[in-house]
Design a protein around this ligand. Structure first.
Ligand code: NAD
Ligand code: TYD
Length: 339
């Protein structure tokens, strides 16, 4: 198979590229990534000669079509997105551009080129907010996004569904809970808390810290995506969860215990506007239909993740200093722009 991975220089995309290289070495991988602040070529270190990387914007229709045709792409796995809720509150326009216009562009070019399979990677946040006793989200839960991020992802999901029903584009959609693991950009809860703890800086907890997320290790997510890509049914939606609901405070306390730092580093700060209280995934469909369930319990996965960040200090130091951006332009800027 020749697979186009959009957003392959980001957190989950890069882990997916690594997963596919390890499990399906005969497939060819082409990555398209705009290399925004969240894209980092170091996430693909060691794979330079094994994949094709194109620096480009998924909203650039002629470029997308050229990449699909020139590389004979058969399958698209679509990760590229603006992905951080806090950034979407401060600057929603970029979220609409990439997550809505970008997805529409990719779908339309995939249709005209005749792509065999299109897997769209989405989030449980499109379902909205749950109370403590509410049942978990199923694939049939009506969408109720409440942040500019989740609203733009919901729009993206609707477009994917429209391209399936209207044009019969062979599309599948997954909605996953909160990921953690190697290569996650340190703006999201877990890596931010790990790095602040390692550097003895305060850990900013929004509101009362009792918001609940269902955490999944990124490798489990990648395995589920691979299963859906190869065995899922066209037009179907699959929820993917980690069976690990925790409050933010529980996560932060575990990070402090794993890094050997005191709980006095916890600092309660002003809550995020419109902060969703709880997300929870009912993953019974993917389990029943595709025989997939998460393997990594949160406690072990979190310990391994803390260790990963401890062992890869140069990876995150260049991010904190901003040096990863200039390094990229110096070493690769011109080369990866050329197809
Ligand atoms: P990320 O922010 O780490 O990476 C996004 C990648 O997309 C970056 O490499 C960035 O450069 C690239 N990108 C952004 N705009 C682009 C554009 N216009 N054209 C081409 N590339 C562009 O995000 P992530 O956490 O890896 O998430 C990947 C996908 O998975 C997203 O669609 C997200 O909504 C979804 N998702 C994430 C989570 C999570 O917990 N992180 C959970 C469920 C679903
Ligand atoms: P985040 O990793 O941004 O993911 P999402 O908002 O998409 O679920 O945040 C996870 C939870 O952690 C969320 O309830 C907000 C909270 N949070 C903090 O309390 N402090 C922080 O500094 C961050 C980034 C998040």
């Amino acid at each position: 198979m020749i697979i186009l991975v959009t957003g392959g220089c980001g957190f989950i995309g890069a882990n997916f590229v690594r997963y596919e290289r390890a499990h399906h070495p005969s497939d060819r991988l082409v990555v398209i990534d705009a290399i925004t602040y969240a894209g980092n070529l170091h996430n693909l270190d060691g794979l330079e000669s094994e994949i094709t990387l194109v620096r480009g914007d998924i909203a650039d229709a002629p470029l997308v079509e050229q990449v699909l045709r020139d590389h004979g792409v058969e399958v698209v796995v679509h990760f590229a997105a603006e992905s951080h809720v806090d950034r979407s509150i401060v600057g929603p326009a970029e979220f609409v551009r990439t997550n809505v216009v970008g997805t529409a562009t990719l779908l339309e070019r995939s249709r005209t080129v005749g792509i065999k399979r299109f897997l769209a990677v989405s989030t449980d946040e499109v379902y909205g907010d749950l109370g403590p006793q509410d049942p978990a989200f199923t694939e049939g839960t009506p969408l109720g996004p409440r942040s500019p991020y989740s609203a733009s992802k919901a729009a993206s999901d609707h477009l994917c569904s429209a391209w399936f029903h209207t044009y019969r584009l062979p599309m599948l959609l997954t909605r996953c809970s909160n990921n953690y693991g190697p290569y996650q950009f340190p703006e999201k809860l877990i890596p931010l808390m790990i790095l602040n703890a390692l550097d003895h800086r305060p850990l900013p907890v929004y509101g009362d810290g009792l918001n609940v997320r269902d955490w999944i290790h990124v490798e489990d997510h990648c395995e589920a995506l691979d299963r859906v890509l190869r065995h899922g049914r066209d037009g179907e939606i699959y929820n993917i969860g980690g069976r690990s609901e925790r409050t933010n405070l529980e996560i932060v306390r575990q990070v402090l215990a794993l890094t050997g730092r005191p709980e006095s580093l916890i600092q309660f700060v002003t809550d995020r506007p419109g902060h969703d209280r709880r997300y929870a995934i009912d993953g019974s469909k993917i389990e029943r239909e595709l025989g997939w369930a998460p393997k990594r319990p949160l406690e072990g996965g979190l310990a391994a993740t803390v260790e990963w960040y401890q062992r890869h200090e140069s990876w995150w130091r260049t991010i904190l200093s901003g040096e990863y951006r200039t390094w990229y332009e110096r070493n690769y800027g011109a080369r990866v722009q050329a197809i």
